[in-house]
Design a binder for this molecule. Structure first.
Ligand SMILES: *Cc1c(COP(=O)(O)O)cnc(C)c1O
Length: 396
């Protein structure tokens, strides 16, 4: 055994902070330092940390049953599937444990449907430059970023990349092997880039006209984050398939792939599965999460708070020479800077506020959707003050 500092594979560039406790929008580290959380564990803790209604159901389930396998009926899978389909354009659900796994299910369903219904050669999926769809071999290939693919060749065949918000670039890639287009309504990891309404409407029409499935990745944008339960609702379109994960279990791992009724027969018993998909514990966490979101109109709250935040940031950062632009959809917010932001983010953390980047020059804010206005204001003030002092230092 070689002597080494860590026994973990070095896959993460970690912040020098060890968090040990959370409550709502506050976190505490192992030194007792308190933080205002404006990143929600990367859009997972959308209801804040340890939300009471979810904890209650989760603890009750822990006392009752953890795992039985999908060889048995799990009634809460039907209950959660009903909740999700009653509140979306989808008719059927497949449960898994992560976002990448949900996108894998979407890719497999799209291929199987197309090959059964449209012809054996139909397997290619068009995705977009700067997208992010996950880290498995298929989903990192779907991801239009070379840095995610570097060193992992040969990549699975059947993916091509169009330019986001450019309908002609999609048209140019369509051929008689194309089966689907996969897209995020807001490219979150790619720098918080929102899709143009006209582009998405044209894309939906193009997919109908060419018999292509439209797959929307709602893994980061779903669960109220953008001010609607799902971001596609902003665009007046209905995807054939959409995927979710991050916020669905409030921190308990769960992913889901949802689709239209016509797609359901493309999967048959044995064609897809996942040991941990839809366990009783995951179902308890997600049912409690969705019921809380619906009963407390959390998406509406995200919309209102998002607008308030955008106004505040525009007011305070509008004349800051370091800031190029504020991009946002609900409470998915990007402060686009004219320089790399890693050092600025470290200073914000040191000042007791947790934020994250989205690419090298964007500070990303993902506050919980239940954060109090006071906490949000306090956190935003710290971010804006640090950007102001950085700008002042630049001028001198
Ligand atoms: C996080 C994310 C994924 C991957 O989810 P994992 O749970 O990490 O596999 C896929 N797509 C989008 C848009 C994401 O934000």
């Amino acid at each position: 055994m070689v002597q080494q500092a860590s026994r973990l594979f070095p896959t993460y560039a970690r912040f020098p902070i060890t968090l040990v406790r959370g409550e709502g929008s506050r976190l505490w580290d192992d030194q007792g330092k308190e933080y205002i959380d404006l990143m929600s564990g990367l859009a997972v803790a959308n209801l804040g940390h340890v939300p009471a209604p979810v904890k209650e159901k989760l603890v009750a389930q822990l006392d009752q049953l953890w795992h039985v396998s999908n060889l048995f009926h799990i009634p809460n899978q039907e209950k959660l599937a009903k909740l999700l389909t009653d509140n979306s354009c989808a008719d059927a659900v497949f449960f898994c444990s992560t976002g990448a796994e949900a996108n894998e299910a979407a890719i497999k369903l799209a291929r199987r449907y197309a090959q059964k219904v449209l012809g054996e050669d139909r397997h290619e999926i068009i995705t977009f430059h700067q997208s992010f769809h996950g880290r498995t071999l298929a989903t990192l290939t779907a991801t239009g970023q070379e840095k995610v693919q570097e060193g992992f060749h040969p990549l699975p065949a059947g993916f091509s990349y169009a330019t986001f918000n450019d309908i002609e670039s999609v048209k140019n890639l369509i051929n008689d092997r194309t089966c689907a287009v996969m897209i995020e309504m807001v490219q979150a990891e790619g720098g918080v880039i929102t899709a143009d309404p006209a582009f998405i409407q044209q894309l939906a029409e193009l997919c109908k006209e060419k018999n292509l499935l439209l797959i929307v990745d709602e893994i980061q944008t779903g669960m109220g984050r953008t001010g609607k339960l799902f971001a596609y609702e902003h665009y007046g379109i209905e995807p054939d398939i959409f995927t979710m994960a991050k916020g669905l279990g409030s921190g308990f791992p769960i992913g889901a792939m949802l689709g239209k009724a016509k797609l359901a027969p493309a999967f048959s018993a044995g064609s897809h599965g996942s040991t941990f998909g839809g366990t009783p514990i995951a179902m308890a966490a997600a049912i409690a999460t969705v019921e809380y979101m619906l009963s407390d109109k959390i998406a509406d709250r995200a919309s209102e708070l998002g607008e308030w935040t955008l106004n505040l940031l525009n007011e305070k950062l509008g004349t800051n020479p370091l800031v190029e632009q504020i991009r946002s959809k609900g409470l998915l917010i990007g402060i686009v800077c004219k320089q790399p932001v890693a050092e600025i983010i470290s200073e914000i953390h040191a000042a007791g506020v947790l934020v994250v980047s989205a690419g090298p020059q964007v500070i990303r804010l993902l506050p919980s959707l239940t954060i109090s206005k006071e906490d949000l204001q306090q956190g935003l003030d710290v971010v804006c003050d640090i950007l102001a002092s950085k700008a002042a230092a630049l001028v001198q």
